[in-house]
Design a protein around this ligand. Structure first.
Ligand code: ADP
Length: 599
């Protein structure tokens, strides 16, 4: 559960740096952005003109009984008010569209960046965190950037305009009007701090709740089988109660803050009326000017009151930007070259390959050398943790950074273009993954392959019958994670997927999950077909698979300890003979041989 909490990470980049970087996504919509920014001073002008007009209306027209002039002033006032609203609406609309597009582009870029990363990138980042980067962080940025960053800029423009106007009208009254401001700022800040602490606490608790629910739903079988429902419910209740208490306090401070703020504003206006009133009495200022000042103070207090909320929003958006750019900055994609491969007759060569996983000092593979001739089958056998899957991962370029050399047709793996490598090599991973989509999509994605071709491929691996037996054949939705299929059927489909690619080389990490004997025979036959048609590197768990291989490599603790074909290896009576004996007598037992290999 705690693994799912997102620890707060201090921001590493300055606001300016982040703004400069984020501008890249707004640049395509520069024109709209410029218009939106240009509207800001116009709005500020409309804001400051209104109280002034009100003052003039009182002094020059109302008090003198000039009704005609008053009508004109009222009309001008109306014009300004309508103008301000129209400008504000345009401003919001423009920013909204720029924001939506920029955020859409950003989301696309983050997703593409993640998609091109090597396996090492994913080892270090849990899927949940990547998910929140692409969804909630980007979303948070979209929501908070314009209200926070741009909102503060617009407020600042308005505030500056008001203060300049007030100073030009009466500097001394301006100073008195804002004399209470420092007190307001201190009180508001105190409340905000409390509120912020609570909102951080709420976020942590919500993450905790979500993590808890997610984990218990995923492991519901285990929770129920172990009879842990009541304990889990207790634990959940405790976290929920804590969250609730925190919400209560947060609400309390929120309500108190607004009450205090309104009270303080009234005091502020009271001071203006009291002091300004005495000035009017002494004929130092006109009544209209006093009314205008009251209006100015009211207008100025709005952004002041909202400042800390907007500031917090702005900080949130900077934090999201920082996390997103941090992700974009880590590029662990594996370099590919532009060398091409022929579609056929590619020899695979491992030449003294040594490899350690990132962050692990001990090598998991040491001095691995072997050659796979076109059309041959090389089987990797050995106890769990020996490094067999790692050989496959290097060959399929899921990891880079090995010593020695891995070549395809004499070309170093890293120099081969991505498209060519994927065209020539198909992979059947040990953990079968099926999309919650049609059988057709699972076999060929969106490639242009006819149903007839797919069915022929399925025939090759004996999967045609059961696919055709599905209600909609190839178009049948296989359900989440392929839940509609049995384990054996999923294995067959995964083999078919590799065959549908029409690749020359198949890297096959045999599934270890056992299936019913009838399906087992189908799978064996399918694998035999693949062996007869393709160049294969296979991590083998079945005796039949191993026996059919042209070359068997026996691995222990990251090294090849024996090599040869089945008969010669058996005859030599070494580690292979031992493994073979275990397989023959105990089926899957060899997987349980004691073996903390290279770690
Ligand atoms: P096998 O396929 O023979 O069972 P693997 O190649 O999967 O063995 O693993 C070999 C060793 O490498 C094991 O000790 C395993 O713990 C370690 N290992 C596997 N994947 C990683 C990884 N991503 N990071 C660090 N160590 C790993």
């Amino acid at each position: 559960m705690s693994a799912k909490e997102i620890p707060a990470r201090p921001r590493t980049q300055s606001e300016w740096e982040l703004l400069r970087r984020f501008y890249r996504w707004m640049a395509p919509y520069k024109k709209r952005l410029l218009v939106a920014v240009a509207i800001v001073p116009l709005m500020a002008l409309c804001t400051v003109a209104q109280p002034r007009l009100l003052g003039l209306a009182i002094d020059d027209y109302m008090l003198r009984g000039d009704i005609d002039g008053l009508n004109w002033i009222a009309l001008a006032f109306l014009g300004l008010a309508v103008g301000e609203y129209l400008l504000a609406a345009t401003h919001t609309w423009l920013l909204g569209t720029v924001g939506a597009w920029a955020i859409g582009d950003l989301r696309r870029d983050v997703y593409q960046h993640i998609m091109t990363q090597g396996q090492r990138f994913f080892d270090r980042r849990p899927t949940g965190r990547l998910l929140s980067r692409t969804t909630s962080d980007v979303e948070a940025l979209g929501e908070s950037f314009f209200t926070g960053v741009v909102g503060i800029l617009a407020d600042a423009a308005r505030l500056i305009a008001i203060v300049v106007m007030m100073l030009s009208l009466d500097p001394w009254l301006t100073v008195v009007s804002f004399s209470v401001l420092p007190a307001i700022a201190i009180v508001v800040n105190w409340f905000r701090k409390r509120l912020r602490d609570y909102s951080v606490k709420i976020r942590v608790l919500v993450a905790k709740l979500n993590g808890f629910i997610q984990e218990h739903l995923a492991g519901i079988d285990v929770v129920q089988l172990m009879g842990r429902e009541a304990d889990a419910a207790d634990e959940f209740r405790a976290i929920n109660r804590e969250a609730l208490t925190t919400y209560h306090w947060s609400n309390f401070y929120d309500a108190a803050l607004y009450a205090v703020m309104d009270g303080m504003s009234s005091i502020c206006i009271g001071v203006v009326v009291w002091y300004g009133g005495s000035l009017v009495w002494g004929d130092a200022i006109t009544p209209g000017l006093l009314v205008a000042f009251v209006d100015y103070v009211q207008k100025a207090l709005v952004p002041v009151k909202e400042f800390s909320a907007k500031y917090a929003t702005m900080q949130r958006s900077f934090a999201a930007m920082d996390r997103i750019t941090e992700l974009l900055d880590t590029d662990e994609s594996i370099a590919s070259g532009n060398q091409t491969l022929s579609g056929q007759s590619n020899t695979v060569v491992f030449d003294r390959v040594t490899f350690s996983y990132p962050g692990v000092s001990e090598p998991v593979l040491s001095d691995i050398s072997f050659r796979v001739k076109p059309g041959s089958v090389v089987a990797l056998v050995g106890s769990t943790g020996a490094g067999k899957s790692t050989v496959c991962r290097l060959l399929t370029r899921a990891y880079a950074g090995y010593e020695g050399s891995i070549q395809l047709s004499g070309k170093e793996l890293s120099s081969i273009s991505e498209t060519d490598l994927r065209r020539v090599m198909a992979i059947v991973p040990q953990d079968i993954f099926l999309f919650g989509a049609s059988a057709r999509f699972n076999l060929a994605f969106d490639d242009a392959v006819t149903d007839e071709e797919l069915l022929q491929t399925l025939e090759l691996v004996q999967a045609r019958k059961f696919i055709e037996a599905l209600p909609d054949g190839l178009s049948t939705d296989l359900g989440e994670g392929g839940g509609r299929l049995s384990l054996g059927q999923a294995q067959l489909l995964s083999l078919a997927r590799a065959m549908a690619r029409d690749a020359e080389i198949v890297v096959l990490d045999e599934a270890t999950a056992s299936v019913d004997p009838a399906t087992e025979i189908l799978i064996q036959q399918a694998i035999d077909r693949i062996f007869s048609l393709k160049t294969v590197v296979v991590v083998a768990h079945r005796l039949s698979t191993i026996r059919a291989a042209d070359l068997i490599l026996v691995m222990e603790r990251g090294r090849i300890v024996e090599r040869g074909d089945h008969t010669s290896l058996l005859a030599s009576g070494g580690r292979y003979a031992e493994l073979h004996h275990q397989l023959e007598t105990g089926g899957e037992e060899h997987k349980a041989v004691p073996l903390p290999a290279s770690a």
